[in-house]
Design a protein around this ligand. Structure first.
Ligand code: IMP
Ligand code: MG
Length: 188
């Protein structure tokens, strides 16, 4: 067995909220839920690029082979380089696969206002004609609003980065999720 030492914490991170081991454990649990719910079926797993890229890759590997997993990504933009949503999502990259008639699970990194996920649900279901659309998000800042069928962790209303989540495109490669030091975004 290969032991993976915890990654050293980046100097711009104030504190780690979920470690690599905690994330990997939770992703395996979510994969087990999806494996049960989609047993014997074909599931089109669509990651919201780029934030969900790492989560998508790990989740796909956590789903048992009796589920046929089709993988795709969709690009949607609602944030500029800041830390708050401007609330007007738009498609920046179309999925490659046929969505019409498919059972789709949208894979998101984090839900904040919910505007991105609400827009994507409508787009996949009504505009592109998916048979079903569910949402699997790693994090949700307002989990009581129940905007995802599958949730990794409830997240406090702070700006977090890592495991796909960025600030101005940086920090996506960190294997853990942490709170950014305020001086990093106050400096710009
Ligand atoms: P919403 O449309 O307000 O729900 O925003 C969702 C999108 O905003 C996510 O897909 C993320 O890309 C981004 N986002 C929201 N909160 C954070 C955060 O704390 N860190 C990094 N990105 C975030
Ligand atoms: Mg995102």
């Amino acid at each position: 067995m290969v032991m993976i030492a915890p990654a050293p914490v980046h100097r711009d991170i104030e504190r780690v909220v979920w470690t690599e081991a905690q994330i990997q454990q939770r992703v395996r649990e979510l994969g087990t839920h999806l494996s049960t719910d989609y047993a014997g079926r074909t599931l089109t797993l669509v990651g919201v690029f780029a934030g969900a890229a790492l989560f998508l890759a790990d989740l796909a590997r956590a789903i048992v082979p009796s589920v046929t997993v089709h993988l795709d990504v969709v690009g949607v933009s609602s944030y500029g380089a800041g830390t708050t949503s401007n609330g007007r999502p738009r498609i920046t990259q179309m999925p490659e696969l046929t969505i019409f008639g498919r059972d789709v699970v949208l894979v998101e990194d984090i839900i904040d206002s919910g505007a991105t996920v609400a827009f994507l649900r409508e787009q996949f279901q009504i505009v592109w004609g998916a048979r079903s659309v569910r949402v699997c998000t790693l994090l949700d800042k307002q989990p009581h609003l129940c905007r995802a069928e599958y949730l990794g962790f409830a997240c406090d209303p702070v700006f977090v980065v890592g495991y796909g989540l960025d600030y101005a495109e940086a920090y996506r490669g960190l294997p853990y999720v942490g709170v950014l030091k305020p001086r990093v975004y106050q400096a710009t």
